[in-house]
Design a protein around this ligand. Structure first.
Ligand code: HEC
Ligand code: HEC
Length: 302
């Protein structure tokens, strides 16, 4: 009887022991990279499970060489702000007034907007490669996002290839398509007094004033609007209406402002505006005029 009890005890020890050993072997095996990849594969399985059949076409497979090059470029240029896992949690989080974008796609999967600056007429769409490359090259004035004008087109493509791996399951099945807003040539008389005055009238008539405020008369943009939007990682994305006198325009060239006014800014309350081309240019003239008055300190303070 005694031996039976001892044998049973040894068996239990062996069973538990080998389990513990196996656990250690597994965790020694699973480098952080592998764990991440497993997690990503699991996320893809979950994501696929919820996709309708017609959306199951694979539209993107990462180019491994480009991913490796992109990983390097990301690590030295972007990681401090956009985070080790691309989740927008900065490696050095102190003092960023606006949180860096989360590239993991969680917000997109939850039907929130992943990118703000797009030329596609669909607020919930992913951004086109061209849109993202433009943002990376030119940066977003007024936010910590710097411009990387030194990067070549090949560098930018590699960076995108790597960034997309953070939301592998999304980009694999979904590529942004659709009509791109065509911006007509900038009129030569853009900053004429006639256009500025026309823009001022439209600014009231088209409801811009309600959010952006009558800053020319010393009023500040009213802010009973949602002032912030948190993505799934809890990052705050600023959605305060721009005060053109003090806050730089993120995409300041007239053709870019054209796109912003017509298509709005995804994920924020800045709406798409169905105005004519001429009206759009007049609004741009007025916005740039306000900006100029602000820079010159000519906007009356309250
Ligand atoms: C100093 C911090 C910082 C660095 C470095 C940085 N970013 Fe950003 N980035 C930001 C912030 C902050 C935002 C969000 C701006 C906003 O919401 O208006 C942002 C936004 C973005 C966006 C989103 C644009 C959109 O349409 O929503 C992309 C894409 C991006 N960054 C790519 C990069 C890449 C690629 C690099 C490296 C080459 C990089 N960033 C380096 C801070 C940074
Ligand atoms: C419901 C509120 C609302 C209305 C109405 C509105 N805007 Fe905006 N607008 C915003 C917000 C919020 C932002 C800033 C979004 C952000 O920070 O990403 C913004 C940003 C902008 C920008 C700055 C873009 C950049 O690149 O920095 C321009 C230009 C602009 N709006 C023009 C207009 C014009 C012109 C109208 C009227 C036709 C208008 N807005 C109507 C809320 C509004």
């Amino acid at each position: 009887m005694k031996w039976v009890a001892i044998a049973a005890l040894i068996t239990v020890f062996l069973a538990v022991g080998s389990g513990v050993l196996a656990h250690f072997i597994r965790s020694a095996d699973a480098s952080p990279k592998l764990l991440l990849d497993q997690e990503r594969r699991q996320r893809e399985r979950d994501y696929r499970f919820n996709l309708p059949d017609q959306e199951l076409t694979v539209r993107w497979t990462p180019n491994q060489d480009a991913v490796e090059k992109g990983r390097f470029l990301y690590t030295i240029n972007c990681m401090t702000c956009h985070g080790f896992n691309g989740d927008g949690n900065p490696v050095t989080p102190e003092g960023l007034p606006i949180n860096p974008r989360d590239f993991t796609g969680k917000s997109h999967i939850n039907q929130k907007v992943m990118f703000k600056y797009k030329s596609l007429n669909k607020t919930d769409a992913l951004a086109l490669d061209e849109d993202l490359k433009k943002t990376i090259k030119e940066g977003l004035p007024g936010t910590p996002m710097p411009g990387f004008s030194i990067l070549s087109d090949d560098d930018l493509n590699s960076l995108l290839e790597y960034i997309k791996t953070f939301a592998y399951e999304v980009w694999r099945y979904e590529q942004p398509t659709g009509p791109v807003l065509q911006v007509p040539p900038v009129p030569e008389d853009l900053m004429s007094q006639v256009r500025v005055d026309g823009g001022r009238t439209l600014f009231t008539g088209r409801g811009c004033m309600a959010c952006h405020g009558n800053i020319e008369q010393g009023a500040k943009p009213p802010v009973p609007l949602p002032t912030e939007w948190k993505d799934e990682s809890g990052n705050t994305i600023s959605v305060l209406p721009r005060n053109f006198a003090v806050d730089p325009i993120r995409r300041p060239s007239p053709p870019d402002i054209f796109t912003t006014i017509r298509l709005g800014i995804g994920g924020t309350v800045m709406p798409a505006n169905p105005v004519s081309d001429e009206e759009t240019w007049n609004l741009i003239a007025y916005v740039l005029h306000l900006r100029q008055l602000g820079v010159e300190g000519k906007i009356p303070s309250q």
